[in-house]
Design a protein around this ligand. Structure first.
Ligand code: HEM
Length: 209
């Protein structure tokens, strides 16, 4: 355990260069799940014929995202993440930190709002095979209307934030080539040295070349 850390602290000394394996698995698995959810959500409201099957996928996948983001936040706060490159402009550091926090907020908010919204509609929050979650909001038309609008607008915000996150990741990978993308894309190479020159997952600094 390393103790809690702020998201993306910039501390070049004794920094790790790669996210740990659980963080990488959760990142790519949840990226796929969230992208899928956004398109399932749009499909649900756009196609009457596909709606039943898409709704039956949307609810359990959304609740799976809610469960996984708890694990992910725990891992994120207790295992030291790689530090950002020391030469990254402060505006980009701020944008990275703010967008990462926003993504965490939305990963919690979207499933919780979806669950509350179905609760407020008065219908059971069915997951699969007749198993239903308990309602977490009162059966109320006004509450439903507010949550329904919030689910749409926050989905749009999530989509835009994910696209900006993707653009920033590719900027690091293809333009700056500073090792930030590699820190999430793969584990540390034994005997290799990162573009950021920090330690690998084991906590050891890279060996001299
Ligand atoms: C990360 C999680 C989630 C994402 C990204 C997401 C995304 C979306 C999107 C993009 C839409 C279409 C919105 C529109 O066009 O107005 C939608 C609709 C919907 N979502 Fe979610 N959702 C999530 C979680 C959930 C959960 C957990 C539930 C319920 C347990 C849920 C229930 C619904 C329902 C019922 C609709 C359609 C409402 C209607 O047709 O009137 N969502 N969702």
């Amino acid at each position: 355990m390393n103790g809690p850390t702020a998201l993306n602290e910039v501390s070049p000394a004794r920094a790790t260069t790669h996210f740990n394996r659980p963080a990488r698995l959760l990142h790519w698995g949840m990226a796929l799940a969230i992208f899928t959810m956004l398109f399932i959500g749009i499909g649900m409201v756009a196609s009457l014929s596909l709606r039943p099957i898409l709704v039956s996928l949307h609810r359990p996948l959304g609740i799976a995202i809610l469960l996984l983001v708890n694990v992910r936040l725990f891992n994120r706060l207790w295992r030291r993440p790689p530090s950002l490159p020391a030469d990254l402009p402060s505006a980009q550091i701020l944008a990275a930190k703010a967008s990462h926090w926003l993504l965490y907020v939305l990963m919690f908010a979207m499933p919780l709002i979806g669950w509350s919204m179905v609760s407020a509609s008065g219908f059971p929050v069915v997951m699969f095979g007749g198993f239903a979650l308990p309602p977490i909001a009162p059966h109320d038309a006004t509450v439903y209307a507010v949550l329904r609008a919030a689910h749409t607008w926050l989905a749009l915000l999530l989509f835009v934030t994910v696209l900006m996150h993707l653009a920033a990741a590719l900027f690091h990978a293809w333009v700056r080539r500073d090792g930030v993308f590699a820190g999430m894309a793969r584990g540390p190479r034994v005997g290799g040295q990162s573009a950021r020159g920090g330690m690998d997952e084991s906590g050891e600094p890279p060996p001299p070349m």
